[in-house]
Design a protein around this ligand. Structure first.
Ligand SMILES: Cc1ncc(COP(=O)(O)O)c(C=O)c1O
Length: 483
């Protein structure tokens, strides 16, 4: 193996430009070095730019640079060291000593992430992911190979997203009762980026949001310094529309962000009646609607549940994603905009990323075109249904009196509500000692004092035997807390 020695770093020099005759001479270089020297900015012992570097940069002959350096040697400013270049002489006292910037960073320090979540031996009871074993990795690999083998890789990215992918998404949406045009589909890095684009685009910096809310969405709005108007959601009783109306009326947010199917963390799905009321409210109080439909397709026959966008039309911004249902590492989602919002969202995407990975978008298009996604969804939904029923049956058999849970019917999670006297933090610690990991702490999801007392359970992530074991241990620790 060949070894290269790292050359020592050299000074950044600003060379005075040539005069009107536009011919740069050795004297220009000498003058520039002398200027830096006079300002005391040439630390002793530092290297000057190598001859070939200055020659290349200034577009002049090698000799010109060499004679400039020889002149500087003669003037006693620098010295040549055999085969190593030219250096500022050691006996010159120069003041250049970089100071540190006064402020380190203006960022707020986030709480440390749990290292435990990467531990493969743990039973993750609160995960929102679907078991990777259920995801069609081989078929996706085939599609990637097909894209790579096709003549001519796409060289450029597309700001809005790969056009064939946008077209096929629009066609799929139409089948679900959402009239959509490819030009209104903006491909994003997961629905998380779609949400971020919405936040960047809202002129009025306030948004109404469910309480509890999808934690990373809440965090994104916080970091974007948006005012949030929390609207209480009780997955057992639904929403109190009068309270929502009062809060929205008082705060007049720009938009309401809501997850219409299998809300994270509660598993709640809005009834069609509630959605209709929210549409009326939006018209009456003049706020926009941002529908996060991440949970669609995670229930057999879910395609027959009309999303808010289908009921309310194109002024509802609609977000969805392939990441959970297909493969998290794909990081592809989209926002369905309309004429009024499209340019602003595109501009927000432009400044955020310029564009996303067209190659990955092309592979996803291939996957959809071949019909693989529909085949996959059928198998996935059936397996999710089985796991859901196993979860409900296990909960019914192991949980003590006083513990309740939601029955979302689909989606990857449900909410487990515990008696108030249980100390959730201690419960989490005791379970961790037994290699069972619960979902995030309540402050991730709730604003202020939580009105629920429990945790999110993910039944889609674990094989049934691991899920049952995790729930058994959870029930055991709950009983211990209750004693
Ligand atoms: C409700 C909800 N919306 C959006 C997202 C973002 O997911 P992704 O960016 O992977 O589509 C998540 C992730 O868990 C979520 O739970």
């Amino acid at each position: 193996m060949k070894h290269f020695t790292t050359p020592s770093p050299y000074l950044r020099l600003r060379i005075d430009q040539a005069g009107p005759e536009r011919k740069l001479t050795a004297l220009h270089i000498v003058a520039s070095v002398e200027r830096e020297y006079a300002a005391g900015l040439l630390p002793a012992g530092t290297r000057l730019p190598p001859v070939r570097v200055l020659q290349h940069q200034l577009g002049i002959a090698k000799n010109t640079v060499e004679s400039a350096y020889e002149e500087l040697v003669a003037r006693g400013l620098i010295e040549g060291r055999s085969r190593r270049g030219y250096f500022v002489r050691q006996d010159h006292r120069q003041r250049l000593k970089p100071v540190k910037p006064a402020v380190s960073m203006l960022f707020e320090v986030p709480p440390p992430r749990s290292a435990a979540s990467h531990d493969r031996d743990l039973i993750h009871l609160g995960s929102t992911f679907i078991d990777h074993e259920l995801l069609p990795r081989e078929r996706l690999a085939q599609c990637f190979r097909a894209v790579l083998k096709a003549p001519g890789l796409p060289a450029h990215y597309s700001l809005q997203g790969h056009a064939p992918l946008r077209e096929i998404i629009a066609r799929r949406l139409a089948k679900r009762g959402i009239p959509a045009k490819a030009e209104d589909v903006i491909i994003t890095a997961g629905s998380q980026q779609a949400l971020d684009l919405v936040a960047r685009s809202l002129r009025k910096r306030s948004v109404a949001i469910e309480n509890p809310a999808y934690g990373i969405g809440k965090r994104m709005f916080e970091i974007s310094q948006m005012q949030m108007v929390p609207l209480p959601l009780d997955p057992f009783d639904g929403i109190d529309l009068e309270t929502w109306r009062r809060r929205i009326d008082a705060a007049r947010p720009a938009a309401l962000y809501l997850t219409t199917n299998f809300q994270n963390p509660t598993g709640y799905s809005y009834s069609t009646g509630e959605l209709v009321h929210l549409l009326e409210l939006s018209q009456e109080l003049g706020f926009g609607l941002v529908e996060d439909d991440w949970g669609s397709d995670m229930l057999s026959y879910s395609d027959f549940r009309p999303p808010l966008r289908a009921l309310g039309g194109k002024n509802v911004l609609y977000l969805n994603s392939f990441t959970k249902k297909l493969l998290p590492s794909l990081r592809i989602g989209y926002v369905l905009a309309n004429e009024a919002s499209r340019s602003a969202l595109l501009e927000a995407k432009h400044v955020a990323t310029l564009g996303n990975a067209t190659l990955v978008e092309a592979a996803l298009f291939e996957f959809l075109r071949r019909g693989y996604y529909d085949t996959h969804l059928r198998a996935l939904q059936s397996e999710l249904d089985t796991r859901y029923h196993a979860c409900l049956a296990t909960l019914a058999s192991v949980m003590p009196e006083g513990v309740r849970w939601t029955t979302p019917g689909g989606g990857p999670t449900l909410w487990l509500e515990l008696p108030r006297r249980i100390d959730l933090a201690r419960l989490g610690e005791r379970l961790l000692a037994k290699k069972v990991l619960l979902a995030a702490t309540p402050s991730t999801w709730f604003f202020g004092e939580p009105h629920l007392h429990g945790t999110r359970l993910g039944y889609a992530f674990l094989p049934i035997s691991a899920l049952q074991r995790g729930l058994d241990l959870l029930a055991h620790e709950i009983r211990r807390e209750l004693r």
